[in-house]
Ligand binder design. Structure first.
Ligand code: ACO
Length: 325
């Protein structure tokens, strides 16, 4: 019996040209390379140029994904863009990307789930494609977190970076077997009781300002491993796969210690874990598609591979997506 699946046709990413190293940061706040590397695994991050906005990054990542998929922008009838750093309060950054790509059909909207945004966006795009309402989607994670950082706060400013990643997803009829390509299962969670542990202290309805990121790092860390392992185990339960069956684990890139602990608890061998946090820092909703693109372009992820995506972010929100590439 055939089933509809959302199959990845291609992926792409974009990083601003300017890199900011730990050594440079140590000249601005009371920190050092050794502390940052030991506690987080981060060595450098990319920072958007003055005037370069989230939609610029997102458009470049989307163009790269369309080229990789070998399909034209005019064939896209859905754009789901995950971001917490939109160009403007409204309209959605997704419609700016839609216009930049010359797309005049279908729907485009933003999705806000902080660092879990791309995983949420994949799940929502998958549902819309499987419903038959849309045929081919761009799913994008794009952020300019450098614009909402308190550059005097060493406990947060060393952690984040800017960037964008995108995939093209297409609704395809698959045979309904273990070999099916596409999204196999998706699990989304949130718990708003933790919203004060990681938030931005401004907004249009409260302060009429953009605000800056505030985080209780230790409290977030404590929940992160438990939450992401739970939601990945949900994906295993739904499909019968285990950590040993995965070809690649592409986690949210917040902190190498969280990634290592999670992979260990999930029974995933270290050589199957895609790590980019050293070079990108935490790019929030962009981190998973950026990591996917790195592992695809360097030849690690191949067609037919079983790939687990997961993320956890402010809210808290967290989720997993299991797909066969
Ligand atoms: N350089 C040097 N020292 C520092 C720095 C710094 N950049 N930042 C903090 N310190 C100091 C602290 O002041 C503290 O000093 P004290 O002991 O004298 O008080 C000491 O280092 C230890 O601080 P902790 O906060 O306990 O350090 P920890 O090991 O927990 O690491 C970190 C901090 C990296 C933030 C970690 O807690 C973490 O990664 N948390 C999770 C973040 C995360 O996963 N976010 C994901 C979601 S992000 C999103 O949704 C947007």
């Amino acid at each position: 019996m055939t089933v509809m699946r959302s199959v990845v046709l291609g992926c792409g990413s974009y990083l601003p040209t300017r890199t900011l190293t730990n050594a440079e940061l140590a000249r601005q706040v009371d920190t050092n390379d050794e502390w940052i590397v030991q506690r987080t695994g981060i060595r450098e991050r990319h920072i958007a140029a003055p005037g370069e906005v989230t939609s610029d990054l997102a458009t470049k990542a989307a163009q790269a994904a369309l080229a990789d998929a070998k399909v034209g922008a005019e064939t896209i009838d859905l754009i789901v863009l995950a971001t917490s750093t939109p160009d403007q309060t409204f309209p959605a950054t997704a419609v700016t990307v839609q216009a930049s790509l010359g797309i005049t059909v279908g729907a485009a909207f933003d999705l806000q789930a902080v660092c879990s945004g791309f995983v949420y966006a994949m799940s929502i795009a998958d549902s819309l494609l499987k419903s038959g309402g849309h045929k081919r989607a761009l799913v994008i994670g794009a952020e300019t977190f450098s614009r909402i950082l308190d550059w005097k706060d060493r406990t947060t400013c060393v952690l984040f970076g800017d960037g964008a990643g995108a995939v093209v997803l297409e609704a395809q009829s698959q045979p309904g077997t273990r070999e099916d390509r596409g999204v196999l299962t998706a699990h989304l969670r949130s718990d708003g009781r933790h919203k004060s542990k990681l938030y931005v202290d401004g907004g249009p309805s409260s302060t009429q300002t953009v605000g800056l990121l505030r985080m209780e790092g230790r409290a977030v860390f404590k929940h992160a491993v438990a939450n992401v392992t739970d939601v990945v185990f949900d994906a295993f339960k739904a499909t019968g796969y285990t950590g040993a069956d995965l070809n690649w684990f592409v986690p949210h890139q917040a902190n190498k210690r969280i990634i290592d602990d999670s992979a260990h608890k999930l029974g995933i061998a270290p050589e199957k874990v895609v790590i980019t946090v050293d070079k990108h820092g935490n790019t929030s909703a962009a981190s998973v598609p950026l990591a996917l693109d790195v592992a695809r372009k360097d030849g690690r992820i191949k067609q037919g591979d079983l790939v687990m995506l997961e993320a956890m972010g402010g809210g808290f929100t967290w989720g997993s997506v299991l797909l066969r590439w």
